[in-house]
Design a protein around this ligand. Structure first.
Ligand code: PEP
Ligand code: MG
Length: 625
């Protein structure tokens, strides 16, 4: 269900049914991720066990298999300990309900009989770690269930079932961590459901079908992590970082997810549901209103034309981009091609995918970014193919990611360059390098780019006569501060404020614990944006912003005032940003930017931005109404 659609009939039935239920309404606070309100039955049934493809091992491999088990046990304990630590923010009754469950899980992962028995199965019967976990947890669960006796009370029966389920659940968690399987299979997701889970990885989000899903809420995650970016792109109302939520839901629950305020309500009362329905209607009206902006130019009051493009993370966003009024794609994140698969996509497959996207844009430009693996964008295909280590570095965000990995595994880069060059015949493309930190990286990548072009021509392959521009993302402080040198090597800059903020402030984008410290308005981030922009403008080189900062209409006057005239963002944000552009004059933006850049206090900057937004909102008379 898209957030603007009225709830399908089963919502009503379920929500009314729920209201007769005695479970009290519970409110969870999380991080607002994607605007819109969803009302729906919770989909949080027992996790389906991930598929196991490796059952037996050789005797010589049993020690390595034991080490895999140890790593999965350690990872599972870490996940649960982190969840446990955060429960303190919940009301006492909710803590009392959830904490014992998580404690039981943690105990099972200690030096328990379960773990000893799994290890024994690996050593004695040469089962793979995942098969041994399933065999042992199934055996223990069956033994617990076998304790049921005729004449036992219903409560005692339920307690046995619960304990058996807890053992199976710990088995599923271990198998998930062993196989790195997507967190959940979404095939069973009923239409109109609200998906609630402990965590959602970007590769899980890539499997979601936004037309079937009302909303998403999880316990883990941060505002600018890749999962958040994808949920926003899919236009699904979403809240991440709602502590305790996944462990509080029961089968048959209904939830209201408010992606603007960041709240999730379980078992909503009649009044809460009525308010949520009003919000759904208001949101649909607002969307309609914004729809009228589609054909109006992105132009300031004094006639300065601004380029507005869309970011694309999944091909299914193409219709949303067409509706948004974006002119082209300013950031095509190619990671989706590598997710949820066992092998690396070959040149033909990639060329075909890029070509179909370029064709769909009907002559508007498409900036294709080569693979940005690493950090929180953990992509299974690469680890299964042995290209990157299966166990990531202790500090993956600072490790072999982005352009570093591509230069190390240059075949990956060659295949992708070749595919993009071939797709370049279908329309104007640009090529973009992620996570650049040095001039040498750009030079080396350009040599490879030109070599690939020569090879394709020799092979008789048709590619554009003039090679498409090769630009770079400015998303590390190192790149921003070397922007003047990088501008001599790159054909354009795209400022990625998501990573730039994370690396400047040393805040993980996807981490709930430090989400409050993630602030693109920190003067250090703004100064880096300014420095990089000015370096590009001095060279008369195209420069754009394609991080989430560009999707915030309140920040657009500041970015315009810094000299930026090109923005790329999630499609749903394009109308709002266009409206912001149409309500301001460039001179006023420049004066405003100067006053902001004089500040050193992020709170004061926030106040100035709020003040400017209030002023322009009252002056906004040109469209959107
Ligand atoms: C960024 O870092 O701002 C960016 C646009 O790239 P991604 O979000 O894909 O890391
Ligand atoms: Mg980035």
């Amino acid at each position: 269900m898209s957030r603007a659609d009225p709830p399908p009939p089963q919502h009503k039935r379920l929500s009314r049914g729920r209201l007769e239920n005695s479970r009290p309404e519970v409110l969870f606070n999380g991080i607002p991720i994607s605007a819109g309100v969803a009302i729906g039955p919770v989909f949080s049934a027992a996790e389906p066990a991930p598929e196991i493809t490796r059952h037996k091992i050789l005797a010589a491999d049993s020690a390595a298999e034991g080490a895999r088990l140890d790593a999965a046990v350690a990872q599972s304990r870490k996940q649960l300990t982190k969840l446990r630590a955060r429960l303190a923010v919940l009301p006492e009754e909710s803590q009392a309900e959830i904490a014992p469950l998580i404690d039981a899980y943690i105990r099972m992962l200690g030096p328990s009989r379960l773990i000893r028995a799994v290890r024994q199965r690996i050593e004695e019967t040469l089962l793979s770690a995942e098969s041994a976990v399933v065999a042992e947890t199934d055996a223990i669960a069956a033994a617990i269930q076998a304790q049921a006796e005729p004449g036992m009370s219903a409560d005692d029966h339920a307690s046995l079932e619960r304990r058996a389920e807890e053992v199976r659940e710990i088995g599923r968690r271990l198998v998930r961590n062993l196989t790195r399987a997507p967190y959940r299979s979404f095939t069973a997701l009923p239409p109109g459901a609200v998906l609630i889970s402990e965590a959602l990885r970007p590769s899980d989000a890539a499997l979601l079908d936004p037309s079937r899903l009302a909303g998403v809420a999880t316990e883990e995650g941060g505002a600018e992590g890749h999962t958040a970016v994808m949920l926003r792109a899919l236009g699904v109302p979403a809240v991440l970082g709602a502590t305790g939520l996944a462990h509080a839901v029961k089968p048959g629950d209904v939830a209201v997810v408010d992606g603007l305020s960041g709240t999730v309500v379980l078992n909503p009362t009649a009044a809460t549901i009525a308010a949520a329905r009003r919000a759904v209607t208001a949101f649909a009206r607002e969307r309609q209103r914004f729809g009228r902006l589609r054909r109006l130019p992105a132009e300031t009051l004094d006639g300065e034309v601004v380029e507005l493009q869309a970011n694309l993370e999944l091909p299914l966003e193409l219709p949303l981009i067409a509706q948004s009024g974006a002119v082209g794609i300013g950031l095509l994140r190619t990671e989706f091609l590598f997710m949820n698969r066992e092998t690396i996509p070959d040149e033909d497959t990639q060329a075909e995918t890029y070509r179909s996207i370029v064709e769909a844009m009907g002559g508007d430009p498409v900036a294709i970014r080569v693979l940005d693996w690493g950090g929180e964008k953990d992509i299974e295909a690469l680890s299964s193919a042995g290209i990157v280590p299966e166990v990531a570095d202790a500090n993956p965000a600072l490790g072999l990611r982005g352009i570093r990995l591509l230069l190390r595994q240059s075949e990956l880069l060659e295949i992708q360059f070749a595919a993009i060059l071939r797709a370049g015949l279908a329309g104007p493309v640009r090529v973009m390098l992620p996570m650049v930190t040095t001039v040498a990286e750009v030079r080396e990548a350009r040599e490879i780019y030109e070599r690939v072009a020569r090879r394709l021509r020799r092979r008789g392959e048709r590619i554009p006569e003039k090679l498409p521009p090769l630009g770079i993302m400015i998303e590390t402080p190192g790149a921003a501060l070397s922007a003047d040198a990088l501008a001599l090597e790159a054909d354009f800059f795209a400022i990625g404020t998501n990573d730039l903020t994370a690396y400047t402030l040393a805040v993980d984008r996807g981490e709930t614990e430090v989400a409050e410290l993630y602030d693109p308005l920190h003067p250090a981030v703004l100064r880096l944006v300014q420095f990089a922009t000015e370096a590009a403008l001095r060279m008369r080189m195209p420069v754009s912003v394609c991080g989430e900062m560009a999707a915030n209409p309140r920040l657009i006057p500041l970015l315009l005032g810094l000299g930026l005239r090109s923005f790329s963002m999630t499609a749903s944000a394009v109308p709002r940003v266009k409206q912001a552009i149409r309500g301001v004059e460039i001179d006023a933006c420049a004066r405003f930017a100067r006053s902001v850049m004089e500040q050193s206090d992020p709170t004061r900057i926030e106040e100035l931005i709020a003040g400017f937004a209030r002023q322009t909102a009252t002056a906004d008379v040109r469209g959107g109404h």
